[in-house]
Design a protein around this ligand. Structure first.
Ligand SMILES: Cc1cc2nc3c(=O)[nH]c(=O)nc-3n(C[C@H](O)[C@H](O)[C@H](O)COP(=O)(O)OP(=O)(O)OC[C@H]3O[C@@H](n4cnc5c(N)ncnc54)[C@H](O)[C@@H]3O)c2cc1C
Length: 385
């Protein structure tokens, strides 16, 4: 059905794994607001989450294109890669900016599945999208940093061993540029929770494990600083292109899932003595959604190819994320409409996927921020904030 179907060998293998976790599995996990433990264990066991870890550190050494196909297929099969996608891009921060000692300590263990690095803590309740205004501080005292502050919407903390933390190490008033003076750290959650870190789950629209974090004199060993002190914001930006492209791939997986479900139902459901899909009012929106997904998919591969060639890909990664999140949401809406009342029944899984795919117009970056990026960096318009 798809015009662009790269890496069939990876697709087949991921699909075979996903076949062991049918719709009923994800439906039950969603109903109990649980975490898909068995599914994630199977993914790790098969090595899929170590796709982008270089072979020298025990991973598969694959590129962003292959990694994106893995996440796409999870969503395409009816699952939700949101439970695991953090590991794919969080380890990139460590890989690009960590010391050799940090890489040797963590990456092989992550590749083996002994450690999980599913979480990254950036967002704060008062700063919101304006990351330079974060108020969480890390103050160096001897061989430790002491962290105080608060984060919000931090995902998978209760199912991760490690977390990347962004905190201010130099007060905003003391830096020349507001993007300076922030640093990133590896937080060992197994030690931190209950010893300076309190985690409070946030009930939300999607079954997405996400939390408020409260830091009160949390001590982190100084060797857990990644890269140079004060350059954390820069390091964070370096990882965003991979993150956005991977999320785009998940949306594309969702988009194909919705389209296929809509086509199947439109062909089967008979009303007024004809399949509903014979009506243009039903078939045209499905065709429209499919066209949009195909277009988003091309931009996703463009971003992957540039990233894997080591070329700048900020514009393409942002545009792929925008196009894919919009296309998957439109496909979701069409799929729901095509199913009429049955789309609301949980047993059809459409309402679950509908909720899941909506997230990606807000997180990890909201649509307006993509527009702001393109306006400023691609079109040369004045910075708007
Ligand atoms: C389920 C979930 C999981 C998440 N997981 C994580 C995570 O693991 N780690 C993490 O750090 N964060 C996480 N986030 C946070 C997410 O990245 C933010 O919610 C998102 O970046 C938007 O920030 P905000 O919610 O503070 O919105 P705000 O910054 O308050 O913005 C609200 C709205 O105003 C718009 N807006 C704000 N300023 C402007 C402007 N200048 N121009 C135009 N529009 C503007 C925004 O686009 C947005 O639509 C998660 C969020 C959710 C909902």
């Amino acid at each position: 059905m798809r015009a662009v179907d790269r890496h069939p060998e990876i697709r087949d293998a991921v699909r075979a794994l996903c076949a062991q976790f049918p719709d009923a599995y994800f439906r039950a996990v969603d109903a109990e607001r649980g975490y898909p433990e068995a599914f994630v264990d199977a993914l790790i066991e098969a090595g899929w989450l170590a796709a982008m870890i270089p072979e020298a550190y025990g991973g598969a050494g694959l590129g962003l294109a292959e990694a994106s196909v893995i996440l796409e297929e999870i969503n395409r099969c009816g699952g939700n890669a949101g439970a695991v996608h953090g590991q794919m891009y969080n380890m990139g921060t460590l890989l690009r900016h960590g010391s050799e000692a940090q890489k040797r300590t963590y990456l092989p263990a992550i590749a083996k599945g002994e450690l999980r690095i599913q979480s990254m803590a950036v967002t704060e309740p008062t700063a919101g999208t304006d990351t330079t205004r974060i108020a969480t501080t890390a103050v160096k005292r001897g061989d430790r940093y002491v962290v105080n502050g608060q984060k919000v919407w931090i995902s998978r903390v209760r199912h991760s061993d490690l977390m990347i933390l962004l905190a201010r190490t130099t007060p905003l008033i003391e830096v020349r540029k507001r993007s300076q003076g922030m640093s990133i750290f590896i937080v060992d959650l197994r030690v931190a929770i209950g010893h300076g870190l309190v985690v409070r789950p946030i009930a939300n629209l999607v079954n997405h494990e996400t939390n408020e974090l409260f830091f009160a004199n949390l001590e982190i060993p100084a060797e857990n600083l990644i890269g140079e002190e004060g350059r954390g914001f820069r390091y964070l930006l370096d990882g965003l292109n991979a993150e956005r492209t991977l999320i785009a791939a998940e949306c594309i997986g969702d988009g194909y899932w919705f389209t296929e479900r809509a086509v199947k139902y439109a062909n089967e459901r008979v009303v007024f003595d004809r399949p509903i899909g014979r009506n243009q009012g039903v078939q045209f929106p499905i065709a429209d959604a499919y066209i949009e997904i195909e277009a988003a998919n091309l931009m996703r591969y463009r971003a992957c190819d540039l990233f894997d060639a080591g070329e700048p890909c900020g514009a393409e990664a942002n545009m792929a994320k925008y196009l894919a999140a919009k296309a998957s949401w439109e496909a979701a809406n069409t799929c729901l409409q095509t199913h009429g009342g049955f789309g609301f029944a949980t047993e059809y899984d459409i309402e679950r996927k509908f909720r899941e795919t909506r997230l990606y117009q807000v997180a990890p970056i909201s649509t307006n921020m993509v527009f702001a990026y393109v306006a400023e960096h691609v079109l040369g318009l004045p910075r708007s904030f």
